[in-house]
Design a protein around this ligand. Structure first.
Ligand code: SAM
Length: 272
């Protein structure tokens, strides 16, 4: 085991236990962040040992998210509601959006109190961004929260970001109905950004094998292109549609790895 770090850095709020692993910080380690501790890194390495593609898949997902925010900023979108955000550390939505336009506003929501506590400390001096604890399933609480009302004007376009979170919502919980509870509040010109564990085709012919395949990463539910496309419903997908996350408008300098099992897409809400 790595030596336990008893030094609490200034970004770690006092109420957060830094000697017990946190999934949010494990995730932060996988995506190359610095907001994690030895216990988190140890768990991250253990999980990744049985799932070697996971860190690269999650990094590709984050890179997709940054490209999507950049492109939506270029389209003039200045408001971002990111649900299931994890720890909003460096290179996250507000960094990209504020670099693109200083008037951008970003609201982060996560169910994990550790992610939120770290996020609050990180964003303490940033009035254009906020983070609060909320459950994706409780749309009214998120849409009517003080932070949301303060920073987001629903009469103007908003980018709703559901990155790597809908794969925790089983079919029985009706993910489309859940997404709709948010999208119906969005003005024309708004955007829906989704990334989701999955592949072009998730085997169905042998149900048992498919379930094994789908359930390979703990409780994560894999969906295929058709299922993910359905979640965008009457929004219009921008090019290149729903694809593996690394293939969504890669930067010229990037070498996308199309084998990583994360699908992604961005769509716009049409007028009328
Ligand atoms: C895999 S991480 C994705 C983080 C970030 N969106 C990204 O794409 O890099 C999933 C996040 O979703 C959060 N989450 C899971 N279920 C949630 C729910 N019902 N409501 C809000 N957040 C949730 C977790 O706490 C975790 O931080």
């Amino acid at each position: 085991m790595e030596h336990q770090d008893t030094q609490r850095p200034s970004w770690a709020p006092p109420e957060v236990d830094i000697d017990t692993p946190s999934i949010a910080r494990v995730y932060d380690f996988w995506i190359g962040g610095t907001h994690n501790f030895p216990v988190d890194r140890e768990l991250a390495r253990t999980v990744a040992a049985g799932n070697p593609d996971l860190p690269a898949t999650l990094r590709a997902n984050r890179a997709f998210l940054r490209r999507a925010v950049r492109e939506l900023s270029a389209l003039g979108i200045r408001q971002f509601l990111d649900i299931g955000s994890g720890i909003p550390a460096e290179g996250n939505v507000h960094d990209v959006a504020l670099a693109a336009h200083p008037d951008s506003k970003v609201v982060y929501v996560d169910i994990d109190p550790v992610a939120v506590a770290h996020g609050r400390a990180l964003l303490a001096d940033e009035p254009r961004a906020a983070v609060f604890q909320g459950d994706l399933y409780k749309s009214h609480e998120i849409l009517d929260a003080e932070e949301t009302r303060r920073l987001i004007d629903f009469d103007r376009p908003v980018a709703l970001i559901l990155a790597a979170v809908l794969h925790f919502v089983p079919d029985d919980d009706e993910p489309l109905a859940l997404v709709r509870r948010y999208t119906e509040r969005l003005a024309p010109g708004s955007a829906l950004v989704i990334s989701h564990a999955g592949a072009e085709e998730v085997p169905r012919t042998a149900p048992e094998a498919a379930e094994q395949y789908r359930g390979a990463v703990s409780r994560v539910i894999w969906r295929d292109n058709r299922e993910l496309t359905a979640l965008f419903e009457d929004f219009e997908l921008v090019e290149p549609g729903v694809v593996r996350a690394p293939l969504w408008r890669p930067e010229p300098a990037e070498t996308p790895d199309p084998a990583l099992a994360m699908l992604a897409g961005v769509a716009l809400k049409p007028a009328g």
